[in-house]
Design a protein. Structure first.
Length: 169
């Protein structure tokens, strides 16, 4: 994993090396396709990720609710990841959209790819637009129970349903 520590979007991209143009392209696609998912730098895993559309969740041990991004884009050592923290009708969104996303590897809530050229950008655009519309309508996309890294213990999400492994599928 690449440990990027950044306090601005430009700092983040500057640390992505040769993948910078591809990550900028995907960031632009997400922002254009999902204008309702506010972008935010998000501290996750062991570094910073690009988050979109913060959702409330509350772990079983927490006294106050926190937030987690609906989508997160991250540069990894050997690939790039688009994390999708959403369950639609009891199924993980990444798995539902897998046939339309191109040459990717899918975890429960993680879409891994080595270059943007391997993605079917129309499929990514459709998925992101659908999630944006669902969130705008007030639909709870994060599930009732999720696994939160690094503790890997269940976290209760206020008002959600189903199961999801948060952004770490």
């Amino acid at each position: 994993m690449v440990n990027i520590q950044a306090s601005t979007w430009d700092e983040y991209f500057a640390q992505c090396g040769p993948r910078e143009p591809e990550l900028r392209e995907l960031d632009a696609l997400i922002r254009e396709s999902a204008p309702g998912l506010a972008p935010v730098l998000f501290g996750g895993m062991s570094g910073t990720m690009l988050g979109y559309g913060m959702q409330p969740y509350k772990s079983a041990s927490a006294k106050v609710a926190s937030e987690w991004p609906l989508l997160a884009l991250a540069n990894q050592k050997r690939h790039m990841s688009l994390y999708v923290c959403a369950v639609l009708d009891g199924k993980y969104a990444a798995e539902i959209y897998e046939p339309t996303l191109g040459k990717v590897k899918i975890g429960k809530s993680c879409i891994r790819f080595t270059k943007v050229a391997n993605l079917d950008l129309d499929g990514v655009r459709a998925m992101v637009s659908d999630l944006d519309a669902r969130m705008a309508s007030g639909e709870r996309l994060i599930s009732f129970w999720c696994w939160v890294f690094p503790a890997r213990r269940p976290a209760r999400v206020e008002g959600g349903r189903g199961l999801v492994s948060a952004v770490f599928g």
